[in-house]
Design a protein around this ligand. Sequence first.
Ligand SMILES: Cc1ncc(COP(=O)(O)O)c(C=O)c1O
Length: 459
Amino acid sequence: MSLMQHSASISSSSSAFLGESNIFSRTSKVSLPSNKSGLCKCVSSPPTEKTAYNTKVARNANMAKLQAGYLFPEIARRREAHILKYPDAQVISLGIGDTTEPIPKVITSAMTKRSHALSTLEGYSGYGAEQGDKQLRAAIASTFYGDLGIEEGDIFVSDGAKSDISRLQILFGSNLTMAVQDPSYPAYVDSSVIMGQTGQFQKDVEKYCNIEYMRCTWENGFFPDLSTVSRTDVIFFCSPNNPTGASATREQLMKLVQFAKDNGSIIVYDSAYAMYISDDSPRSIFEIPGAKEVAIETSSLSKFAGFTGVRLGWTVVPKELHFSDGFPVAKDFNRIVCTCFNGASNIAQAGGLACLSPEGLKAMHKVIGFYKENTEIIVDTFNSLGFSVYGGKNAPYVWVHFPGRSSWDVFSEILEKTHLVTTPGSGFGPGGEGFIRVSAFGHRGNVLEASKRFKQLYK
Ligand SMILES: Cc1ncc(COP(=O)(O)O)c(C=O)c1O
């Protein structure tokens, strides 16, 4: 049993609310037109400013295919506009999904120590291995994949799962096809568009041509009906899922691995929320027999240890995984990593190693337990109001159904009437329409206050 399978202990702690300021720094100037109903149609906006000088460099046509705003900057933009309109409102963000609790001292003191050592002749080090510190790679392998046959050499330490998703896309190139869960974390689709794997966005169906959208809704238990899914080269699959909070069962993942094997596809499995699992759902795709021949796994300390700002993640590319010509995928990924990346920060890696010490693991479970208590408060709130609520159990996200309503309408209604920021489900794909995602990352006082405001609005 890997250490991640120990259930998170439920405990509470309190801290300053750190999330509010971050969202501003992530704001983009991209503007999204919204129609009267508030439904975001996501059309790429032509340049509106008159420019003094244009270069002769043509814009990357794939960039022009992208819908104007990456979801979270767009939410930040709307939040900012709301604050301008209501300067005295106490706006609470349960939207973007950024962590808010302080990093446990056992972890930050390791980073402080490493940082101070950099000021000494003996302790100084410059570039490290692109693949990451050997000791950390070994600790990741034994902590998260202890009895699953994943070894130090299969682990590539990174500056986070999001960067690795893009590096994997570079690895795959533009001439392949991909599938995503619908709804899903937007980085899979957007990086695919940027790489040129897709056609244009089709506004009528809110989908890009050449991406297989695997519908995952409450009707199918958030697991796709694979008998209706077309073969693709790559399948992005996230469990526990952002945004629905659903985690796939062992039987479902066995079906997915068999599906990939039958089709000769590669699964990119995103386990960024694996430590939030409290039932017996697999924490890693490699718990499924045969997965090493068809899967890559990417993960991160962002949501396990509050490392969203520190930046540390990893990707597992098993040596058993090969391209159609027999070439090992890990060898090409190694080449990509050595070309696009110079290794994760040595200070962050020292923090990562401390996370995986016995005290570090205990501390991480405590913070995760705190967020899970927040999740319960949010789930209870919406249940008491009679909503159909999904997720929450194995993930820090609660997925709330507003049947027949537009997600952006509900998002706007909640923001306007309660000063609460949520995330519109349709921002994660057409399958998210009619839902909002409420994040459990927040200071306890803010979550309780949010619960009160939701109750006032929907009583
Ligand atoms: C499913 C999923 N994968 C990856 C990431 C990005 O993680 P990181 O901070 O390691 O880049 C997130 C962040 O919210 C996420 O929700």
